[in-house]
Design a protein around this ligand. Structure first.
Ligand SMILES: Cc1cc2nc3c(=O)[nH]c(=O)nc-3n(C[C@H](O)[C@H](O)[C@H](O)COP(=O)(O)OP(=O)(O)OC[C@H]3O[C@@H](n4cnc5c(N)ncnc54)[C@H](O)[C@@H]3O)c2cc1C
Length: 410
């Protein structure tokens, strides 16, 4: 695909798959063709978590299929080979210890330890970013309760946060203080070691305290360069306004607003919950509106790159090209320190590797962790590659095109 006068194209499959052997490509083709059956994915995403829980021997199969396609390895050390291979094509990684859904203070403290190791490793291996989910350090129910309290307050996100804190009883306040300290500890360590921290966006009903936490970390650490990034999900109809509010707040406090722009990964769950609980869905009614807001958000950020930093986190070819075109129009280089592109490992190699060839600062978001702990992430990827109209078809078409090209040039 190419926008009108863009010198960049995402059609070159030779660049896209240079790092994959014929056998690896055929395996990817098989996997994406399986994911093109919605009934199979629906069945698999129901049965897999259960099968792992009751101890059925499916880990070997998972390890060779979804896990190999979308995850960097079971340990931090095992991601090194993938990261080194990507680096040799000019592609960086965003490391993510992808353990989800583990609650309890001990697990939260363990997660801090593991993420500290990730930061130390990133610093020595010149990895520019790591990402965290606040639910890795906080009880979901706590975030949900704080979110509700914040929603009932007026003012900016930080006003609402302050008012919420004033209402908490000491035990809840103490529990939240621990969460705050965990995130502060990681951001401090990352800032010292010059590693960026991307804070993921999660379900809309826990997002208020996550945003407030991210804004406070940015105020503290983004004084002369972007260290902490918050994530904005443009599938929510209130988020473009939120982006503008964040920009106003960061200008008034004189720090760099750093934002990862995504469309959003929880659409079905969000809509289902809204329906079941009889409230208006926070998600746009259609894809067109999401695309409009995403591209509008891109323009907003690129127009303010002196005071903002941006990660274009998307597999949408149009949005990725638009970001490059906006930079070119402004006479700015694609490796500008305040812009970065990223796609999930295992998806849209045509975008990542062609961006790299064009000189952009680009990465793969690379999760790692024990198989049983990354199941929620794997299930989201399987669903995304089935439910996103055209995604599987696009991947399959590109893989087939490259296999054909190799056969003819052999
Ligand atoms: C580096 C990276 C980091 C990420 N971090 C996060 C994160 O922190 N939080 C998070 O939630 N997600 C995150 N994601 C996942 C991301 O949200 C999904 O990959 C993304 O939504 C897929 O959209 P796309 O931009 O690739 O484009 P497309 O493939 O063009 O868009 C698909 C998306 O559009 C939306 N959509 C599709 N149909 C409709 C419809 N009918 N109505 C309304 N909306 C619709 C959905 O969000 C869907 O996922 C991340 C992705 C990347 C690449």
């Amino acid at each position: 695909m190419a926008l009108s006068d863009s010198p960049i194209s995402f059609d070159n499959t030779e660049f896209a798959f240079e790092y994959k052997s014929d056998a690896a490509l055929r395996k990817a083709r098989f996997l994406f063709s399986l994911m093109s059956y919605p009934w199979l994915v629906a069945l698999g995403t129901r049965l897999t978590p259960w099968a792992i829980r009751v101890g059925l021997p499916i880990k070997g199969l998972l390890r060779k299929t979804l896990f190999a396609q979308f995850v960097g390895g079971e340990t931090l050390e095992s991601t090194q080979a993938v990261a080194a291979s990507l680096r040799s094509y000019g592609v960086q990684v965003i490391l993510d210890y992808g353990v989800e859904g583990k609650e309890g203070e001990e697990n939260f403290d363990n997660a801090v330890q593991e993420f500290s190791r990730v930061i130390d490793h990133a610093a020595v291996a010149s990895i520019p970013f790591m990402s965290i989910k606040v639910t890795g350090f906080a009880r979901f129910g706590l975030l949900e309760a704080l979110h509700q309290l914040m929603l009932s307050q007026p003012g900016t996100i930080l006003d609402r946060y302050q008012a919420m804190l004033n209402q908490l009883d000491p035990s809840v306040k103490g529990e939240w203080q621990k969460v705050y300290d965990r995130v502060l500890h990681l951001c401090t360590r990352a800032a010292e070691q010059r590693v960026g921290v991307a804070i993921d966006a999660e379900e809309s009903w826990i997002q208020e305290p996550i945003d407030a936490l991210a804004m406070q970390m940015m105020e503290r650490f983004n004084t002369d360069r972007p260290v902490v990034y918050n994530t904005i999900q443009l599938y929510r109809h209130d988020r473009y306004q939120f982006l503008q509010d964040c920009a106003a707040l960061s200008s008034s406090k004189n720090y760099l607003l750093a934002i990862k722009l995504v469309r959003g990964a929880y659409m079905e769950k969000e809509r289902k919950r809204a329906l079941e609980n009889d409230y208006d869905s926070p998600i746009h009614a259609n894809k067109q509106a999401v695309d409009r807001d995403y591209d509008q958000a891109l323009r907003f950020c690129v127009d303010r790159l002196e005071r903002m930093a941006l990660i274009v986190a998307s597999h949408n070819e149009h949005s990725n090209l638009l970001a490059t075109e906006l930079m070119i129009q402004k006479g700015q280089p694609l490796h500008h320190p305040h812009i970065h592109w990223s796609q999930l490992y295992g998806m849209s190699d045509n975008i990542t590797f062609n961006l790299s060839k064009a000189g952009a600062s680009v990465s793969k978001y690379l999760p790692f962790g024990p198989i049983e702990d990354v199941i929620p992430y794997l299930m989201r990827r399987a669903q995304e590659n089935t439910s996103v109209k055209g995604q599987t078809g696009r991947e399959l078409g590109l893989i087939q095109k490259e296999l054909d090209r190799r056969r003819h040039s052999a």
